[in-house]
Design a protein around this ligand. Sequence first.
Ligand SMILES: NC(=O)c1ccc[n+]([C@@H]2O[C@H](COP(=O)([O-])OP(=O)(O)OC[C@H]3O[C@@H](n4cnc5c(N)ncnc54)[C@H](O)[C@@H]3O)[C@@H](O)[C@H]2O)c1
Length: 362
Amino acid sequence: MKKHILVIPGDGIGPEVTAWGKAVLEQIASQYGHEFTYDEALMGHAGIEATGNPLPDETLEKAKASDAILFGAIGHIKYDNDPSAKVRPEQGLLKIRKELGLYANLRPIMLFDELLDASSLKPAVLRGTDILFFRELTGDVYFGEKSRSEDRNTASDLMIYHRYEVERIAHKAYQAAQARSKRLCSVDKANVLESSRLWREVVQEIAKQYPDVETEHMFIDNAAMQLVKNPKKFDVVLTANLFGDILTDEASQIAGSMGMLASASVGDGTGFFEPIHGSAHDIAGQDKANPLASILSVALMLEISFGLKDEAKRITTAIDHVLKAGYRTGDIADTLTQPDKILGTKAMGEMVLQFLSKPALT
Ligand SMILES: NC(=O)c1ccc[n+]([C@@H]2O[C@H](COP(=O)([O-])OP(=O)(O)OC[C@H]3O[C@@H](n4cnc5c(N)ncnc54)[C@H](O)[C@@H]3O)[C@@H](O)[C@H]2O)c1
């Protein structure tokens, strides 16, 4: 198979982890006889530094011309501490999602048994958890009108949803539920928010088209609590942009670390694959970042954008073997981890390649 992939490393730990996602793609291509070609582009702080624009025009053109995008992370401490900055790294990410019509963000909470002890939750609570989040990506407070009063003492972000935005992601989530355990939980705040009342109304209508799927509606506050109380109760979770952002960071603790969660953003055109974590200034440039979320993002790319299920499975199996052999990055190490098996970013990336190259990997 021939595919052209755009790599956008971004800022902070983005380039460090994305290098390993790309290395895994290259190894898979050579093992399975695929021809993947690559291009690279700037976004976020890196884009601002080079061109003054967090999403340079050239990046957008390259993105539209590619078959899939592997993204790292954006963000820089200087903007986090300066909320008044007009040009900001995250504008690049929001714009590319809008421009590529990436309205559905899929975040699988994949739990490796070996990491049951890495979570702050009890293994008995976690074991068997398998959740697929559908986070809406192009609406909500992220894109609604923002305003500040003249005296700067009052601020507002408009939480806005249109029927079509809820419909299109609901269909995707229901179709996924049909292929899984046929349970879908839609999370909103319909007791308070008008936009959530529209959300619930639309989901109730769409649900009628999928009678084989059992639908539950849950308020966000309850969902946040249930997720740590009994994560196994969830299968497909459908939710809005802001609620999904927060719930999936919470859910990352089920998987052990932010460094373990991958995501796929899909919609009208090119798919966009990225770890859910940010640029992690606190560990950037120190060879401490866990590259597994980026590598798992590559597995999602192969499966979702290219339909290469065997190749994707080989990657998750290789990671499973690496973890079974006791290797950990610092974020997923626990008291039982042997000190000499705690690896940096580079050594963990190399370890995955080494296991990936083993002929018998089941
Ligand atoms: N999609 C994105 O690009 C994205 C997402 C979230 C935050 N951000 C940006 O990232 C910057 C930092 O934000 P934050 O600190 O809230 O979130 P973060 O995800 O960057 O980091 C949160 C915590 O998780 C740890 N962590 C994250 N990824 C890790 C990895 N791969 N391995 C080991 N530990 C990891 C970090 O060290 C940190 O302690 C901000 O500028 C923010 O705007 C970007």
